[in-house]
Design a protein around this ligand. Structure first.
Ligand SMILES: [Zn+2]
Length: 332
């Protein structure tokens, strides 16, 4: 349904206030700017935007969506009266990288070099375990799940029943600056460090480290207080590479983690727990495979009770074990 019709339908039933507070992901929580420490802030909408205010302008990570950026731009102007000078992408997925155009061409987009490749007009790895199963170079409606399905009518711009790469990436500005391993951005006497952690949820990830604020943004591969995300055999990336990339974050001097989604900030202990979970999961499932057990037998015997404090563990464990089993089988 086109957005205008949704808004009209909601205002007819008398809830226009909810329409203005709703993000693209459908959450009804009003957006607000929250201080993390010093001049570092975040906005938690359908995904998180983080920004550092310096005397010479703002460094922003993940504009998230045209809608979120259009909400944020006048808030930044009003509260800080500084232009956005750099926009960092955590990775190229549309639910984080859309919306940079709102801040104008003077704001330079910075990303890992693989982001440029992933925006080259071909269909590359999709998030959430989505696959172009018929290999036609587009995501058809019956192939789409998760965020691609809930956003299908918006992303399928010409409404022909398939999302082409150009349609998928239409609201994503391409990077102006790319880097390979590490890049330090300096603005107004402040430093932001961009670190490639290796492959995990995607192959074009940037960890954004704010050393003076002892804070780090790590998107879609660390979830504080819950299991690390499990989509499509752990995004078809060996679990040992996931573990290595979390260790890259742990090697930084930080005490606050901002994740890609959710307003809950994390601690060093949350990051370590995500890594230990993947280590324990890999060890338990690998042992089951080595002992000749079937997937069903492994599902019955591996409980990972140490992590039962995580509210979603029991419900997600069968799928977690299945995706880990396939991952360890396919990427031994
Ligand atoms: Zn993602």
């Amino acid at each position: 349904m086109p957005r205008a019709i949704v808004a009209l339908a909601l205002s007819i039933i008398g809830t226009p206030a909810i329409v203005s507070a709703q993000g693209r992901g459908g959450q009804a929580r009003p957006r607000e700017i929250v201080q993390i420490r010093g001049d570092l802030y975040y906005v938690s909408g359908s995904a998180n935007t983080v920004f550092l205010v310096t005397p010479d302008g703002i460094v922003l990570a993940d504009p998230v969506s045209t809608e979120q950026a259009a909400w944020l731009k006048p808030e930044l102007d009003r509260r800080f009266n500084k232009p956005v000078r750099y926009i960092i992408y955590s990775h190229h997925d549309f639910d984080h990288a859309e919306g940079a155009a709102v801040f104008g061409p003077a704001a330079l987009v910075v990303a890992h070099e693989n982001v440029a490749m992933n925006l080259d007009g071909k269909l590359h790895r999709l998030a959430g375990g989505n696959i172009d199963t018929n290999h036609n170079g587009k995501l058809d409606r019956d192939e789409a799940g998760g965020g691609y399905l809930t956003n299908f009518d918006r992303l399928d711009r010409n409404h022909d029943g398939a999302i082409t790469p150009d349609e998928l990436n239409q609201e994503i500005r391409k990077p102006d600056i790319t880097y390979t391993g590490r890049l330090n951005l300096t603005l107004g006497g402040r430093t932001v460090e961009l670190i490639y952690p290796g492959r995990n949820h995607s192959d074009d990830m940037t960890v954004v480290y704010f050393p003076a604020e002892k804070a780090v943004l790590a998107v879609d591969f660390i979830f504080p207080g819950t299991t690390p995300p499990v989509w499509g055999e752990y995004d078809w990336t060996p679990l040992r590479e996931w573990i290595a990339s979390i260790k890259t974050v742990e090697a930084l001097d930080f005490d606050t983690l901002i994740a890609g989604h959710g307003a809950r900030l994390g601690t060093r202990a949350d990051v370590a727990a995500n890594r230990e979970f993947l280590e324990d999961l890999s060890a338990a499932v690998s042992k089951g495979i080595a002992d000749g057990k079937s997937l069903d037998e492994i599902k019955r015997t591996v409980t990972l009770q140490k992590y039962s404090i995580w509210p979603n563990l029991a419900a997600s464990l069968p799928n977690v074990i299945e995706q880990a089993y396939k991952n360890l089988r396919d990427y031994p």
